[in-house]
Ligand binder design. Sequence first.
Ligand code: HDD
Length: 682
Amino acid sequence: MKNRRNVDGNSKDEQLEQFRTEDKDKDLTTNQGLKVSEDEFSLKAGERGPTLMEDFHFREKMTHFDHERIPERVVHARGYAAHGEFELYESMKDYTAAKFLQEPGTKTPVFVRFSTVAGSKGSGELARDVRGFATKFYTEEGNFDLVGNNMPVFFIQDAIKFPDLIHAVKPEPHNEIPQAASAHDTFWDFVANNQESAHMIMWHMSDRAIPRSFRMMEGFGVHTFRFVNEQGKGHFVKFHWKPKLGVHSVVWDEAQKINGKDPDFHRGDLYEAIEKGNYPEWEFGVQIIDEADEDQFDFDILDPTKIWPEEEVPVQIIGKMTLNRNVDNVFAETEQVAFHPGHVVPGIDFTNDPLLQGRLFSYTDTQLIRLGGPNFHEIPINRPVCPFHNNQRDGYMRQTINKGQVSYHNNSFWKNTPSPVSPQNGGYQHYQEKVEGRKVKARSDSFKDHFSQAALFYNSMSAPEKEHIKEAMSFELGKCKSKDVRQQVVDMFANVNLDMAQEVAENIGVKPPETGGSEVAKASPALSQENTTKTAETRTTAVLVGEGFNGSEVKKVLQGLEENGVDPVVISSRQGMVKADDGTEVEAAERFDTADPVLFDSLYVVSGARVDKKFQQNASYYLQEMYQHYKPIGATHEGEQLVKENEMENQEGVITEQEPDSFVTRFVDAVAAHRYWGRDVD
Ligand code: HDD
């Protein structure tokens, strides 16, 4: 077959190797290869004289520097990426001709970029926001990009509104405030006046918008795509990524503090996990609907503001993705990668979802300005791992040297090559959907129910999740200066849940709506994070250790935690060795002030026989913060005293115990429970 070669999990890495360069231990040269003898002083007319134009080395170095920035992405500017591989478990042969989905065991290299949407390139990562989850599969038939998010629906139904949505959420144009936040007037004015956003806003106000880690987010293709099999038969399909570690979040107070203490919290977490060999994994799932069943649902399956509830259309797990390699260079790979929902392979096609249709235009267009021309497919990270040939030529930064006389089709000189390939031999053929209709600028009636699934989402939440939604909405609207906007929004959300809207209205000083509510009583348990996988694996614990601690027992505990996959980080008043009375030592990797309780999943207070008042004050601060954020707390030895002083003894998720083995078992269980929502916290 033409244009085919064997692709395995390493193919992309091997291709990238041709472009990697090592500068270490090398001679310094100009870009022309000329060895440079002096790199600290420019060429001057006399030691105290002016710099001379002929200093080509100075000019080259300065010019390159002056041009080293490219425009940031108009959305999703703040992102982080890693390499990995996708392995198929289950053949999708019955549904799709896509080669990488045929044989179980097939491995395909992938590159995944996670991102926030609204913030600029340098913004904090714990913003309340949607997260991008974009995957490039380097298949033997070309690149397939699944450009998804961590939420399965979207704010709008038609791509023509995308510029409006983004203008509304970005910092306001007259003062460029606020950065990376939706809590401001224009965003909520947009919401109230574009009510199709209701369902997505419920997700946006939920814990999903403040993930604990990229490794603990679901991913969704959002749109309904189409699988097409060898026989040309189509099925509707939605794509899902399900994290092996479960779906987890932080609480809003933590999120805001993390943004100050460690704005790189998410990228740091991903980078470190991969460096430590804790490779994040997601299972790949598909929901499939037969074409004949298109109209069998109480929503339009092409509407991107709707989910297909998993209880109605089960998610079939068909493969697994593992991220196992950090990039070598963030600019070259993470920044220059160009995703596009229109990058598909034979067997995968689009539907008439009007949001998807518009995206198919936007992504190439944006790369042209961002990456500076039509040759961005030649940038190493974007190259397919299979050969590519056509008659496209020239343009800025063209790297390929296309040999020969011909660059057109049809031709006789090269017998019409490069030649189109028949669908039987792997040529892409668009699905031959029958389409009829008048040209209209209109919304289908089947897209007009904006509130039923928003209510379904709210019904599906656990009690603490519902609280978080109300708190988030009160926070966001509380930041809106316009009372009119606040009022419009609570009136709108009365259509989702009247109690919810009334409570928010009370909080933000507007008139509680008197009528409303939804008739939707059903729930989808799969939507609640309470029902997700919970594990202590890779969770962190801050371990507070002071002089005179019980050496042997504490060492045993630390070892026990590590054996159970928990990652302990020792914190003390000073970095370096902390001494126990029996002569053992542990090394404090952090001080109280270089670390912070919001950066850890749990707390283990050891203290020590000779700690000072300052240590105790710091430990109390850690205890209070951890407690307020519902996180597991453990204490042994002198640490127990601190727990007592802070009146936390016998509280939910607070483990005090002297015997090391039994402490480890109980504490690891507590870490695996993640949060104790039953605590009395205001
Ligand atoms: Fe988009 C980037 C996901 C709607 C236009 N989008 C972008 C990225 C992700 C998504 C993950 C970042 C890719 C990367 O890491 O480089 N976008 C979505 C999803 C959507 C969606 C899941 C709805 C289901 N987007 C959407 C619409 C439009 C765009 C309706 C325009 C019509 N998106 C863009 C863009 C971006 C982009 C302006 C900015 C940078 C880029 O494309 O490469 O073209």
